[in-house]
Design a protein around this ligand. Structure first.
Ligand code: AMP
Length: 417
């Protein structure tokens, strides 16, 4: 067993370009097909190390280009010696992330002859078995369904050469670490291991210490939202959130907008309210069957629907470059969740707006957010919006919302959008 090595790569290699990695022409064709011209910092730092065969810990949040940082070296390594068996495995916490990773594999690897498949629960096992039998060499999988395949003998990891554990901290949050350990017990031979995580809680540090050999850590701007995102808070009473949402949707120039709610139930309710008001909107939450989740994502991705209402399940798996706005209909539970939600906008070189609705019960979350950002985000009240409208449940009694007591109202800035 090797210990977690403390060698940490922080400095940016001077002006690295994709050519300097000496990737094969078939891999470079994928880079061009996806329109990447310059490697992102995590790619500049991680790709050369992974290509040398090192075990790597990548401390990078979503939106940094971390997927291509491990997919490109995997493609480069596997293309040399095709075997038609599973040789690279990426374990990821959600179906959406698994699908997205698989799309990156097939997008970048389109000219290499290598194929990736996604393996996750909630859909037929049979199709996945066929995909595995037909010679996919790279598998992106959620832990539970992967274990089902291992127990049924429909997947073999006997020839595995590269293992990636992606979003390890999220995997831990979602209670998947026992499953991950069970999977690891099925891989008995030496292989290269890469572990990517936005944060490094003690459990992940321990896991890394157990499974990585002499790893090198590469880190990019951890735990800070992308600089391309602007943040603002919209104080509002709970019962007026949907009205405020409609006001913003009607009066703001947006490419596409991702709206986060705290619960699945609320995601459905807000979706219905917006639909009734005539908006084209899709919803993405964990109670939906996989085909409806996929349809929602596809319509959002291809631009036929510009508004997606989602729970946190969506905050890690949505890869849509043109999301101009993220709206936190409900404040997320932690700053970590905030980073992941707003990581959906302002992606690689694009600007984005993060709007958070805050009620008087969100004071602690706002304080934590201010600490994270190192500054108080702008507080916005919309001119002309009736913040004193009574709650419909209130039997017609006009309960005036105490604007002055709302979070940060004393500092509230008026801004018309
Ligand atoms: P990820 O952090 O892997 O989820 O990637 C975030 C987004 O950045 C995805 O839409 C990628 O397609 C995109 N991306 C990754 N690498 C690059 C690059 N070098 N140049 C431009 N976009 C990139």
């Amino acid at each position: 067993m090797s210990c977690l090595n403390n060698s940490l790569q922080r400095s940016d290699p001077a002006s690295v370009d994709f050519e300097s990695f000496n990737l094969h022409a078939s891999v470079m064709a994928g880079v061009r097909a996806l329109g990447y011209s310059v490697p992102t910092p995590i790619q500049s730092r991680a790709i050369p190390l992974i290509m040398q065969g090192r075990d790597v810990i990548g401390l990078a949040q979503t939106g940094t280009g971390k997927t291509a940082a491990f997919v490109l070296p995997i493609l480069e390594h596997l293309r040399r010696n095709p075997r038609r068996s599973v040789r690279a495995l990426i374990i990821a916490p959600t179906r959406e992330l698994t699908e997205q990773t698989c799309e990156v594999i097939n997008g970048l690897g389109g000219r290499t002859g290598l194929r990736g498949i996604a393996v996750y629960g909630g859909v037929s096992m049979e199709r996945q078995v066929q995909g595995l039998r037909s010679g996919a060499e790279i598998v992106a999988a959620c832990p539970g369904r992967l274990l089902d395949h291992l127990w049924k003998g429909t997947i073999s990891l006997a020839e595995l050469e590269v293992l990636v554990i992606d979003e390890a901290d999220r995997m831990f949050d979602m209670g998947f670490l026992p499953d991950v350990h069970s999977i690891l017990r099925c891989i008995l031979h030496r292989h290269q291991t890469l572990l990517f995580s936005a944060t490094m809680p003690a459990e992940i540090r321990r896991l890394a210490g157990e499974i990585l050999h002499d790893p090198i850590t590469v880190q990019v701007d951890r735990q800070l939202p992308a600089k391309t995102v602007s943040h603002s808070l919209y104080p509002v009473p709970q019962h007026l959130k949907t009205n405020l949402l409609k006001e913003i949707l009607d009066n703001t120039d947006m490419d596409s907008v991702l709206i986060f709610t705290r619960t699945k139930h609320r995601a459905e309710r807000v979706t219905q309210q917006l639909m009734r008001a005539g908006y084209r909107v899709a919803s993405l939450q964990g109670d939906l069957p996989q085909n409806r989740r996929q349809a929602a994502l596809d319509s959002f991705r291809n631009g036929s629907v510009k508004i997606l209402v989602a729970t946190d399940i969506a905050s890690r798996g949505i890869d849509v470059l043109s999301i101009s706005h993220v709206i936190n209909y409900d404040m997320p539970d932690s700053t970590d969740a905030y980073i992941h939600r707003i990581g959906r906008t302002g992606r690689v070189d694009k600007n984005g707006d993060a709007i958070s609705f805050v009620t008087s019960t969100d004071a602690d979350k706002v304080t934590a957010l201010e600490r994270l950002l190192g500054a108080a985000p702008e507080r916005v009240t919309l001119p002309g919006f009736d913040y004193a409208r009574p709650c419909p449940d209130n039997d017609g009694r006009r309960s005036r919302w105490p604007l002055r007591q709302a979070v940060g109202a004393n500092r509230s800035a008026r801004r018309s959008r």
